[in-house]
Ligand binder design. Sequence first.
Ligand SMILES: NC(=O)C1=CN([C@@H]2O[C@H](COP(=O)(O)OP(=O)(O)OC[C@H]3O[C@@H](n4cnc5c(N)ncnc54)[C@H](O)[C@@H]3O)[C@@H](O)[C@H]2O)C=CC1
Ligand SMILES: Nc1nc(O)c(N)c(N[C@@H]2O[C@H](COP(=O)(O)O)[C@@H](O)[C@H]2O)n1
Length: 219
Amino acid sequence: MKPYVISNVGITLDGKLATVNNDSRISCEEDLIRVHKIRAKVDGIMVGIGTVLKDDPRLTVHKIKSDRNPVRIVVDSKLRVPLNARVLNSDAKTIIATTEDLDEEKQKKIKILKERGIDIVMCGEEKVDLRKLMNVLYKKGIKTILLEGGGTLNWGMFKEGLVDEVSVYIAPKIFGGKNAPTYVDGEGFKSEEESVKLELKNFYRLGEGIVLEFKVIKP
Ligand SMILES: NC(=O)C1=CN([C@@H]2O[C@H](COP(=O)(O)OP(=O)(O)OC[C@H]3O[C@@H](n4cnc5c(N)ncnc54)[C@H](O)[C@@H]3O)[C@@H](O)[C@H]2O)C=CC1
Ligand SMILES: Nc1nc(O)c(N)c(N[C@@H]2O[C@H](COP(=O)(O)O)[C@@H](O)[C@H]2O)n1
């Protein structure tokens, strides 16, 4: 069993998540409120460590009133999370998913994180095994997840067939740059047959941009 996963991003018309210098201001205020309404409904919000290192996100519901915050889940193979990262503050529970690969330095950091109440899940060897992680999260009671990027983790989740729903805000902006992160990075599929197929469910204008909602068609 696995949680139901909704992938959400704000992208530019050319599919970028941020500029080459990591400026990720894409969504308009109305869109951020839309995202926070989803945050308020799910059990967990998941990002990769690249996003934590670049954005230092809070990953709480802070743009609308809500009496609860979902569990924050950070996928971090090498346990690079800075101890002063906002995602480790006491505003919400946090799970760090890392590999079973343990050196002395990693063991020390796990001890510090556990003392601070952070839940550590270990699965996978070179990188976090996302399928196993989903199963562990489901067993912990996390039945719905909002996946908020970035491009590398999105690739891992799509490649493993773990995403169920997609919502994308397209801003009328073009960032360009072949090294700027895109919605889905990683190695990419080699052929159309392997690609993830989507069914368009809804679309509407929001602020200056447009929201598209899809269901993932499971093979
Ligand atoms: N506009 C938007 O909606 C958003 C923009 N962003 C932007 O995306 C960029 C960050 O993206 P990335 O650098 O790609 O980092 P990322 O957030 O996708 O994290 C990648 C990391 O995930 C970890 N990981 C562990 N196991 C994995 C697996 N099996 N598959 C995939 N990843 C695994 C690895 O440690 C890897 O380094 C930033 O510039 C950020 O601002 C991020 C989220 C949303
Ligand atoms: N939906 C959306 N639109 C954008 O333009 C964005 N840059 C992001 N970024 C994601 O939101 C996180 C920030 O969360 P907090 O406000 O700090 O709680 C950031 O880390 C990305 O995952 N999203």
